[in-house]
Design a protein around this ligand. Structure first.
Ligand SMILES: [Zn+2]
Length: 222
């Protein structure tokens, strides 16, 4: 019986991957490549799906495909959107002259949860990280400068993460946004340094927004 033989070789110290059907291993590998999922969690999710009824895995697969097909980026603020321009950009009740600059679409949700902010957003698509080869030109900074000009923006609130990359991005933005008549502010400290905006609780992030400070415009580097 191959099943028994499998157990025998496994206990003899054979590679775990060979003891698992290759389709199971493929599934674990796929989940293991997702952010925040370690090898153990990947295995747990794969085993859960294999044990659950077929409908559950069909729903999961269909949801992934549908989201990927339907959701794109808002052509104005680069938040996730199912339409050309997202609902936040078209909401007339929001202040059209204030922009909150964040790194990722998930940060928009974090700021929205505070209920402290009623302006619009601009999603950079990341932060300056020279070690990873991410410079200003890889981010939506050119688009931000164009919006500040075209949409008569009077205040830009820089809401990048309170870590090295987020601070480097905030410094860079403070420099390039040195435009007469434009107030540039940075959310106040009080957020855990090195952390992510999305993990800050609503109250802390709300206070950080309220206590934002105007960024001094340093002289150009050269
Ligand atoms: Zn938008």
């Amino acid at each position: 019986m191959p099943w028994v033989a499998g157990w025998a070789t496994c206990s003899a110290g054979v590679d775990v991957a060979t003891a698992q059907a290759s389709a199971v291993q493929d599934l674990i590998d796929v989940f293991g490549r997702l952010p925040g999922i370690g090898p153990k969690s990947a295995q747990r999710i794969a085993y859960h799906l294999l044990k659950a009824d077929a409908e559950e895995s069909r729903r999961l697969a269909a949801a992934v495909v549908a989201a990927k097909e339907r959701v794109g980026f808002c052509s104005r603020c680069f938040n996730l959107s199912e339409t050309e321009i997202c609902a936040l950009c078209t909401d007339e009740r929001r202040d059209t002259h204030v922009l909150c600059v964040v790194e990722e679409p998930r940060d928009v949700i974090a700021v929205e949860r505070t209920r402290e902010y009623k302006g619009r957003y601009h999603v950079l698509g990341g932060a300056i990280d020279h070690l990873q080869g991410v410079g200003p030109e890889q981010l939506k900074i050119r688009e931000l400068l164009a919006r500040v000009d075209a949409e008569n923006i009077t205040e830009v609130i820089i809401c990048t993460n309170p870590n090295l990359e987020g601070e480097a991005t905030a410094l860079y933005l403070g420099r390039v946004l040195s435009v007469p008549g434009l107030t540039v502010s940075r959310i106040a400290s009080g957020l855990p340094v090195g952390g992510d905006l999305e993990y800050a609780d609503e109250l802390t992030l709300g206070r950080a927004l309220e206590g934002r400070r105007t960024v001094d415009h340093p002289a150009p580097a050269d």
